[in-house]
Design a protein around this ligand. Structure first.
Ligand SMILES: O=C(O)c1cc(C(=O)O)c2c(n1)C(=O)C(=O)c1cc(C(=O)O)[nH]c1-2
Ligand SMILES: [Ca+2]
Length: 536
């Protein structure tokens, strides 16, 4: 898995390999594979399953190299023969059992990176490590931060231009976050880009008073994308900390922003802040889909994001200029995004919130979409997304004193109820420039939990909170196949091939933030991997 292999993956490379988070550096989550298609999908059956020996949740995207599948969760790194399902090795992750105290939203891990014979991963207790692909033995391990200060690492690393990039979580604990660059071969720390600039750094002046940056948040808890031609990694940052803004005035850069970063140096080449002075948990971390699309007749290199805040942003990824920002769900916190300034125009409701009143706010603080990733099919030009239809009853309450490693938020929040007949969200096909749906499949009585992949067979694969793996006709938005797994699904599916045969793999095991969602069916918590193929 050289740099060339990683660049080719998801583009011209073999569909036998899954080497990057998002099935390609562009995070399109699209595969041209078409053996499993609308006609053949009725013959799709499980071919193997492996237990994860974990009940804290499975979110990882598996990776595949040379017929071996690499899977992770917070407790394990595992290698499996991809065709037979036979386990090759299993290495436990060693962390203090108290660490889960500093995770806001589940004991999670979203996957590994593969590079030059190594499996590279992050750990819940804020370490980064490399294992040998053949044996599972540790090659190196480095501490990124002290978990007792509220830091954790849940995202898969990004290997870009020979640099291993990792993010961090902790904004709900008033941690000040960062993105790190490491030398993958040795674990040597190359650079740190604080997402919240300190004294003397550009952007620090947007924190008033100046010491407020110390609790500034700006987590980087979803893996970035990479454009090898521009040599830019795109990485989103999370909410400002604490949510209650009493002690921090100003725009609070670079919270709730999209950053274009030079992998070799960590330099920020451009930034776009979606939400100045965020008070809503509008993490702008979600997947950044890179695509080349026509905008008003012109070919543009764009970056797209369905932001948690309900707007679908399309940016020129060469320079960060805003092209479009339209709402894809019900939004009441802002009236629109001002295209001249790129800033959201806050609503009367938000003015009342800032004045201390309780408001009903759409979307809820969980977002019009949470992390489950979208797919983009370059042939249809549509984005396929799992979205949420919910509101928060939300207000600020006095901030408790800051204590490192403990919640530091200063808000009161309750969610709209979910009853068995509530339309709590949708799986939908969306035009990126209008943000309007082509079709919508309602999620009734449950929120969405899993990422989507799109295929050349005209299908989407994803999973439901209630445990079904589903295939959807991507033109009509109809479920055409399903299989019930033992637990709920909130993970990252992949499709791949070996010896001319197409497979779909997905993890089951309820975890993450949906595991704590009230009003939903009581789902057993148990991790397992499932691989499907057509019955001969
Ligand atoms: O700001 C942060 O540091 C941070 C981190 C994480 C995380 O690492 O899982 C989540 C969130 N925020 C968050 O707001 C959120 O809704 C969320 C959901 C999940 C999940 O795994 O289901 N993680 C996180
Ligand atoms: Ca957050």
């Amino acid at each position: 898995q050289t740099n060339q292999d990683l660049i080719a993956n998801g583009k011209t490379g073999s569909t036998d390999e899954v080497l990057t988070y998002g099935m390609g550096y562009n995070q399109n989550r699209y595969s041209p594979l078409s053996q499993i298609n609308k006609n053949t999908v009725k013959k799709l059956v499980p071919v193997w399953s492996v237990g994860m020996e974990n009940d804290t949740g499975e979110q990882a995207q598996p990776m595949i190299h040379d017929g071996v599948m690499y899977v992770s969760d917070a407790k394990w790194t595992i290698a499996i023969d991809a065709v037979s399902g036979k386990q090759l090795w299993r290495t436990p992750v060693d962390f203090d059992p108290d660490t889960p105290r500093v995770v806001c939203c589940g004991i999670s891990n979203k996957g590994v990176a593969l590079y030059k014979g190594m499996v590279l991963r992050t750990t819940l207790d804020a370490h980064v490590m490399a294992l040998d692909q053949k044996t599972g033995k540790q090659i190196w391990k480095q501490k990124a931060a002290d978990w007792k200060q509220g830091y954790s690492l849940t995202a898969a690393p990004l290997l870009a231009n020979g640099v291993l990039m990792t993010g961090c979580s902790g904004a709900e604990f008033g941690a000040r976050c960062f993105i790190d660059g490491w030398e993958p071969e040795t674990g040597k720390h190359l650079w740190r880009r604080w997402t919240i600039p300190g004294p003397g750094e550009k952007g620090h002046e947007t924190w008033i008073p100046s010491e407020s940056y110390k609790n500034g948040g700006g987590s980087a808890w979803i893996t970035g994308s990479y454009d090898p031609e521009l040599d830019l990694a795109y990485w989103g940052t999370g909410n400002a900390g604490p949510w209650n803004p009493t002690n921090r005035k100003g725009d609070n850069l670079y919270s709730a922003s999209i950053l274009a970063i030079r992998p070799s140096t960590g330099e920020i080449v451009w930034h776009y802040q979606a939400v100045p002075n965020d008070v809503f948990d509008w993490d702008t971390v979600f997947e950044l889909v890179l695509a080349d699309i026509k905008v008003e007749g012109q070919n543009r290199k764009v970056l797209m994001q369905l932001n948690r805040n309900g707007f679908l942003y399309v940016l020129d990824r060469t320079n960060g200029k805003l092209i479009s920002a339209k709402p894809y769900e019900k939004v009441t916190w802002a009236t629109h995004v001002d295209m001249a300034t790129g800033r959201p125009v806050e609503s009367e409701d938000t003015k009342r919130l800032r004045a201390g009143e309780k408001i009903e706010m759409w979307p809820s603080v969980r977002g019009a979409k949470n992390w489950p990733h979208v797919a983009f099919n370059p042939n249809t030009g549509l984005v396929y997304a799992t979205t949420n239809h919910a509101y928060s009853n939300y207000r600020f309450v006095p901030l408790a004193e800051f204590k490192p490693g403990f919640r530091y938020q200063g808000v009161e929040n309750s969610y709209s109820p979910i009853n068995p007949d509530t339309v709590a969200g949708h799986i939908e096909a969306i035009d990126p420039l209008t943000a309007k749906p082509k079709w919508r499949l309602p999620l009734i009585g449950q929120v969405g939990g899993a990422s989507i992949i799109a295929t050349g067979g005209g299908l989407l694969f994803t999973g439901k909170h209630t445990g079904e793996v589903i295939a959807i006709d991507s033109d009509k938005g109809e479920i055409v196949w399903e299989f019930k797994t033992p637990s709920g699904i909130n993970s990252n599916p992949i499709t791949w091939s070996k010896n001319g045969k197409q497979y779909v793999t997905i993890l089951s095991g309820l975890g993450g933030v949906v595991s704590g969602t009230r009003g939903l069916p009581d789902i057993p918590k148990m991790g397992s991997i499932w691989t499907f193929a057509l019955m001969e």
